[in-house]
Design a protein around this ligand. Structure first.
Ligand code: GTP
Ligand code: MG
Length: 367
């Protein structure tokens, strides 16, 4: 049996197994097997693609952060794109109007945000339907996902989440706080600092064995489930933040709007074509992106307080270096920092120092 058939078979088995205490163990192991198989298949696809058959989309990153618009066809992605960036992207009443990635930039509150308008995705996108794989691959390179749902077709939301999950994108989560170290002998040891309510030690060990761990120490610091553990072991998951936008809110009654917002727990309702709530959406994007401003200063000069570098919150000195010039990382000696991230004014820090909003930085490099 080919790997794809095997994958289908395992997925079917999970689907048809009633989940309860008794089957929990078996389902956990099946999930690990599925995940491993998927990674193997993905690796093959990547290898094939890099040999030149299918390059996918490549978009140069510009600006302080990038956001991808994700939604089914005709939900209004391009209409919104044109509205918030000033870059025209064709919109029309039929599906798959947008056929490639169209980048635009949204300037708001001092930040310059790249927005990618992309073809709509549909159910099965992650396994290659439509332009699904390319779009989802592009999503992985972005900092943020804006999920757009049509107010008249809100049932599509679950399908989108599923497709994103299938390509290993995890929304509004972070990698679990675990520590896994291969050892020479002694089997698998599991240590926990919290009570585990969703997975037991036996299952943890079985899953690790699926991944060919024979001797290892695992330290668990939070109440994880099977999926969290698999995500951790696989390590190739993309954790990204997202905003859920309901568009075309002009087409529903106020009562219906309330019902939708409650059901989806959406972040904002807008009308891209009627320009309703679009400014509020722009504010929300900036707020959720969690950006910070870093001022640079040359040695023996005053800092430039006019034009900060805008960068993701919790970025390191390294990220500032990268945004200035690639060379700065290789030639980095040390940096001096003034501001909230340091104890003393002009404190000397290394390249992995985490900066705070409105810090001033002076970078010293080897000449
Ligand atoms: N009533 C209403 N119609 C809208 C709104 N936003 C977009 N539309 C219409 O919805 C249709 C589809 O809009 P597009 O912007 O092309 O949608 P899209 O998501 O980019 O579609 P694809 O590129 O095919 O994936 C167009 O006819 C738009 O005019 C809205 O807020 N209200
Ligand atoms: Mg479009």
């Amino acid at each position: 049996m080919g790997r794809i058939d095997k994958l289908r078979e395992l997925e079917e088995e999970v689907k048809t197994t009633k989940y309860n205490k008794r089957t929990q163990h078996a389902v956990g192991i099946l999930k690990a097997q599925i995940s491993r198989l998927k990674s193997e298949i993905d690796l093959d696809v990547t290898k094939k693609n890099s040999s030149g058959t299918n390059q996918g989309y490549y978009v140069k990153k510009t600006g302080d952060a990038s956001i991808i618009l994700i939604g089914f066809p005709s939900v209004g992605k391009s209409t919104l794109m044109s509205r918030i960036t000033g870059t025209y992207s064709e919109a029309a009443a039929f599906a798959f109007t947008t056929k490639t990635i169209i980048p635009g930039s949204m300037k708001h509150k001092g930040a310059n945000i790249q927005i990618l308008d992309v073809p709509g995705i549909i159910q099965g996108a992650s396994s290659g339907k439509g332009r699904g794989r390319e779009v989802l691959a592009a999503a992985r390179t972005c900092d943020f996902a804006m999920i757009i749902v049509d107010a008249l077709r809100i049932n599509e939301y679950d399908a989108i989440l599923k497709e994103l999950y299938n390509v290993n994108i995890r929304l509004n989560k972070r990698r679990s706080d675990l520590q896994l170290i291969k050892t020479q002998s002694g089997g698998i040891n599991v240590q926990t600092t919290v009570e585990l309510t969703k997975i037991d030690e036996e299952l943890i060990k079985s899953i690790l064995r699926e991944y060919r761990y024979i001797n290892a120490d695992l330290l668990i610091r939070e109440d994880i489930d099977v999926d969290d553990l698999i995500d951790f072991i696989e390590g190739n998951r993309k954790y990204m933040k997202s905003i859920l936008v309901v568009n075309k809110i002009d087409l529903v009654t106020p009562e219906e709007r309330k019902r939708i917002e409650k059901k989806l727990k959406s972040d904002i309702s807008i009308s891209a074509s009627k320009d309703y709530n679009v400014e509020e959406l722009k504010d929300l994007i900036i707020e959720r992106l969690d950006l910070m401003r870093i001022y640079t200063k040359e040695i023996n000069k005053k800092p430039d307080l006019e034009e900060p570098i805008v960068i993701m919150r919790n970025s390191k000195v390294r990220d500032v270096c990268l945004s200035l010039h690639r060379d700065f990382v290789d030639r980095f000696k040390y940096a001096r920092v003034w501001g909230k991230s340091v104890k003393f004014k002009g404190q000397i820090v290394g390249i992995d120092h985490v900066l705070s909003d409105e810090d001033i930085i002076e970078i010293h490099i080897n000449r």
